[in-house]
Design a protein around this ligand. Structure first.
Ligand code: HEM
Length: 547
């Protein structure tokens, strides 16, 4: 075959064509067999092709192009743990034609999250997903140094002064929600057996957007939540899925709706900015107010569309992460009434007035509630909302020998064009690191000698130096086994806000009700961008006080 000349090729093709047209059955058979032949060649290739020892091992897969997408997509943690058994901490898998090199464990986290942005780029990995949703000229649509400046602007808005104003607002939103939401209309009247029930993710999604818009997003957004803003948000959100990550442009209705919603939402924020500039509305402690006063290093103030798009990015960044974490936390509290009671008693002790009523928490007090804090921390250990953190390789990178093949003291090289992936979720439940790793046990955070205390110290570099990537001094924390908020230059800047928001929501809910879990604990749903509890995720509640 391979020695055929071009003349004989032509003859061969003509011959094949005449045979096929002479026999449609042969054509059908050939077409039918193409996938089988492709699968056979793909498998054969993996068995017989000589392996380049400088490349990480490739995870065996039956289907060409699709690769390991089904196993990874259904349960990435199970897939990664199984691959670790076979290939070690570093391996490459195929994800719809992309080559993704996974680096596991604290050293793997450090390799990916501590990598230099010139070699490992977040914007190249994410922009096709995020730019149609957030908009132009922000986040991953700009060079990394510009985004780092934008993170600095956002940090100005995430100030302690603003946080102090937020706690009372969140308490009020949660209490109002409890008063008016149809799921919470069961009151204790005559018997103590009057339990109601609610879908935890639905309730927490609503509470999260209500509280985020009341605080960070500003009162104009809060006021429009009940009207068209919620629909716009929902259409935009429909464009932020794993499908959008895998296939940036498909002729689907959800993509079209995403684009329309983005244009309208961008305009909506820009209109608010215009009105504020004209002096038509009062504002004080929100993010838009903070961004309006910022200037880039070259002296240029932020354009209105940049402020609008940063606001959309923050809305999206905080919504699912916080609502998922809040949901998992409540599910665990419902399944562990003794710990829920400990959180409640902490509230009684600090804020109770003795007659079943509570005074408001201050931000400084909220930060000093160890039981509440450990409940959230432990939930984020078992259920970090983001399981895969990716970067695209711009310039080939060497994986250190201690991570590549420690026994042989040799290094893998990850070529340009590959993706690298860190999964702190693996090291957060690794039985080699944590005692009873799979068990939700908030008390582990109060053991000064345990793995949790060590991981926490490493995450926050309590004994080490802080680094400035362009948005102020932060803990690097890249080698900790506990990194629910990422690490390095792309580390989350919403962490304190998230703790403030979640802590206030959980405490306020427990002030109102007792919880119990009527069914089995929900499994993880990995088919969404953020790891959510699968249905059914119903929690039962009973009001603490008779009405
Ligand atoms: C980055 C988690 C809440 C804004 C990140 C990253 C993680 C994360 C893992 C790193 C992503 C990467 O390296 O590619 C979480 C969790 C949250 C949360 C678990 C809540 C429980 C928030 C909130 C905001 C926010 C409330 C905004 C107010 C951001 C921003 C980044 C980020 C701006 C930086 C992205 C970058 O530099 O590439 N978050 N986040 N997050 N998060 Fe959060």
């Amino acid at each position: 075959y391979f020695s055929l000349t071009s003349d004989s090729w032509a003859g061969f093709i003509a011959d094949a064509q005449s045979r096929l047209s002479a026999s449609p059955r042969l054509l059908i058979l050939a077409l039918f067999n193409i996938p089988l032949v492709a699968i056979a060649l793909n498998v054969l290739w993996q068995w017989i092709a000589p392996r380049d020892p400088s490349l990480p091992p490739v995870v065996f897969h039956w289907l060409p192009f699709v690769g390991s997408a089904p196993s990874y997509g259904n349960d990435p943690l199970k897939f990664f743990f199984e691959c670790r058994e076979k290939y070690g901490d570093v391996f490459t898998f195929i994800l719809f034609g992309r080559k993704v090199t996974v680096a596991l464990g604290p050293k793997g986290n450090n390799f990916v999250l501590g990598g230099k942005s010139v070699a490992l780029s977040a914007e190249d990995a994410y922009t096709h997903l995020t730019t149609p949703v957030f908009g132009k000229d922000v986040v991953y649509d700009v060079p990394n140094d510009v985004f780092m400046e934008q993170k600095k602007f956002v940090k100005v808005g995430l100030s302690t002064e603003n946080f102090r104003a937020y706690v009372g607002m969140i308490e009020q939103e949660v209490s109002d929600f409890f008063r008016r939401d149809p799921s919470f209309q069961v009151f204790q009247k005559n018997t103590t057996e009057e339990w109601g029930s609610f879908d935890v993710l639905k309730a927490l999604s609503e509470i999260t957007i209500l509280t985020a818009s009341r605080t960070l997003q500003g009162k104009e957004i809060r006021q429009s939540l009940d009207k068209h803003f919620a629909d716009l948000y929902s259409d935009l959100d429909g464009g932020f899925t794993p499908i959008n990550f895998l296939f940036p442009n498909l002729p689907l209705e959800s993509y079209r709706k995403r684009d329309v919603a983005h244009a309208k939402m961008s305009q909506f924020y820009q209109d608010i900015l215009r009105k504020r500039k004209e002096g038509g509305s009062e504002y004080e402690h929100d993010m838009m107010a903070a961004l309006m006063n910022q200037k880039y290093r070259n002296g240029r103030p932020l354009a209105d569309h940049e402020i609008a798009h940063i606001m959309i990015a923050l809305l999206m960044a905080g919504q699912h992460t916080s609502s998922a974490t809040g949901s998992w936390t409540l599910l665990h509290l419902a399944a562990n009434p003794d710990i829920a009671e400990a959180v409640y008693q902490e509230q009684v002790e600090h804020f109770g007035s003795g007659d079943g009523h509570f005074r408001s928490m201050s931000y400084d007090e909220l930060k000093k509630l160890p039981v509440l804090d450990s409940v959230i921390r432990e939930t984020l250990r078992l259920h970090p909302p983001i399981h895969s953190i990716m970067r695209k390789v711009r310039d080939e990178v060497v994986v250190p020998p201690s991570l590549s093949a420690p026994a042989e003291d040799r290094s893998f090289v990850v070529p340009k064009g590959y993706y690298v992936l860190a999964c702190p979720a693996v090291s957060q439940v690794d039985p080699r690191i944590w005692k009873n790793a799979e068990e939700w046990d908030p008390t582990r955070w109060s053991d000064p000698e345990g793995a949790a205390a060590k991981a926490y110290t490493e995450y926050n570099d309590e004994n080490g130096e802080k680094i400035d990537y362009g948005f102020g001094l932060v803990s690097k924390g890249t080698e900790s086994p506990y990194q629910p908020f990422g690490a390095g230059r792309h580390r989350c800047i919403g962490e304190q806000f998230a703790y403030l928001q979640l802590g206030t929501i959980i405490a306020t809910i427990l002030r109102h009700v007792e919880l119990r879990l009527p069914g089995p604990f929900p499994a993880h749903n990995y088919h969404t961008m953020i790891t959510l509890p699968k249905e059914p995720r119903i929690i039962q509640y009973r009001r603490r006080h008779r009405e």
